[in-house]
Design a protein around this ligand. Structure first.
Ligand code: ADP
Ligand code: MG
Length: 402
């Protein structure tokens, strides 16, 4: 079920061809200012390759949630301006997402020119996966490249719908370089991990990540659990977690998972606690059996940091999702930073470490280890669904290899 990827398409055949690229240019904005251009930068290799080969490149993306209506606050115009600075090719912004004006603009493109269309979600048909909208885009394309891994978990007209429409017309829908990289690293870690294979899970809730735990549990040699997710497990063991964030409706499930996982699942042995989850709140290290009635667990403790780091130092494959504590507050960030460093150190010794999840990616950035990790997914929710073993519609709809 391997998918056709852009590197398999003969570059010499691309000159003068119209190539539609679904990118994930959904960057965080403050007004019309882009506050983090990581997703734009991550899309460049595919765009540079296509424009460099002389293709006429038409880029589709969503930005935010404009709810199917034109809303200038969600215009991609600022993204076009940033693309213009980053790409060697000429970049044009088309003030429309579909229809005759767009078709005319596309027809007037020069070889090697890039056109970014306006936000696909200005049209309700995108998230509704309207086949007519998908067909209207497909009719413009000689080739469709889906590079929007971050949107691949949704069946929308500009993702899976467009891929299906292109294939119905006998064309090819392929994974772009970024999409291919995400699939190679996330998929490789899951399917062919070098052992020991260690997963680190954390973050706010068990409930949003049950499928990830379920999918990883039978594959891993060790599962390290931190963050608020650990609190529910600690409570399930009968420990007092004070006023910490806990999911009481998941205690039974936590007990069942603990039983099934046995010694493979490692929980914190100590915690950093504070009276409030707030900047400036005084902290204390508590053994996990010594948490006070009014304590809130805000991070894993120093004993757990060393225990987790030691396990990671022996790992050959690491999958990490979810911070170990409320890392947004400096005083509660030590556990997350320690795991980030331990994973990066393991990579320096030749291990493979892949990181999924939006907040986790921010934590890695903060720890300054992004370049040392094998792969930091740009995918957010899509990376979690992929790790949970879900089929991503945007991937499934692509042409098969061979
Ligand atoms: P990701 O986006 O990487 O998948 P999540 O969204 O699941 O991660 O979780 C990140 C959030 O979990 C962070 O905002 C962090 O503050 C919070 N968190 C982690 N540990 C705790 C804790 N002990 N108590 C409360 N919140 C926590
Ligand atoms: Mg998150």
């Amino acid at each position: 079920m391997s998918k056709l990827t852009l590197d398999r398409i003969e570059a010499s055949g691309l000159r003068g061809r119209t190539v539609l690229v679904r990118a994930d240019l959904n960057v965080p904005m403050d007004g019309s200012r882009i506050t983090d251009d990581q997703r734009i930068v991550a899309s460049l290799p595919t765009l540079r390759h296509l424009a460099g080969a002389g293709a006429r490149v038409v880029v589709l993306s969503h930005l935010g949630r404009p709810k199917g209506k034109v809303d200038p606050a969600f215009s991609l115009a600022p993204v076009a301006a940033r693309l213009r600075e980053l790409l060697p090719a000429p970049v044009r912004f088309v003030n429309g997402s579909a229809g005759p004006d767009v078709a005319r603009a596309v027809a007037s493109l020069a070889d090697g020119e890039v056109a970014l269309l306006e936000n696909t979600r200005f049209l309700a048909g995108d998230t509704d996966n309207d086949p007519r909208l998908a067909e209207s885009w497909a009719s413009l394309a000689d080739l469709f490249v889906n590079d929007a891994f971050g949107a691949a978990h949704r069946a929308h007209a500009s993702t899976s719908g467009l891929a299906e429409a292109v294939r119905r017309e006998g064309g090819r829908a392929v994974a772009g370089f970024l999409m291919a990289r995400e699939l190679r690293f996330l998929g490789g870690a899951l399917l062919h991990p070098e052992r020991p294979f260690v997963a680190v899970l954390g973050g706010a809730k068990i409930s949003g990540k049950i499928d990830v735990i379920e999918a990883l549990l039978p594959r891993v040699d060790r599962l390290l659990v931190g963050g608020a997710m650990a609190n529910t497990f600690l409570k399930a063991l009968g420990l007092d977690v004070g006023d910490s964030l806990v999911e009481d409706d998941r205690l039974e499930m936590a007990r069942e998972l603990l039983e099934r996982a046995g010694e493979r699942l490692l929980l914190p042995v100590d915690c950093v606690v504070a009276p409030e989850v707030a900047e400036g709140s005084p902290t204390r290290v508590a053994d996990r059996s010594g948490i006070g009635t009014h304590d809130r667990i805000v991070d894993i403790g120093p004993g757990t940091r060393s225990a987790f780091s030691e396990v990671l130092s022996l790992a050959r494959t690491i999958v990490w999702n979810g911070p170990m504590g409320v890392f947004e507050v400096d005083a509660f960030a030590q556990g997350t930073l320690a795991v980030a460093r331990a994973a990066a150190d393991a990579c320096d010794r030749g291990a493979t470490a892949v990181l999924g999840g939006g907040d986790s990616a921010a934590a890695a950035e903060r720890a300054g280890v992004v370049d040392r990790l094998t792969h930091v997914s740009t995918g957010g929710g899509a990376s979690l669904e992929f790790l949970a073993g879900a089929d991503l519609p945007g991937v499934t709809a692509l042409s098969d290899e061979g």
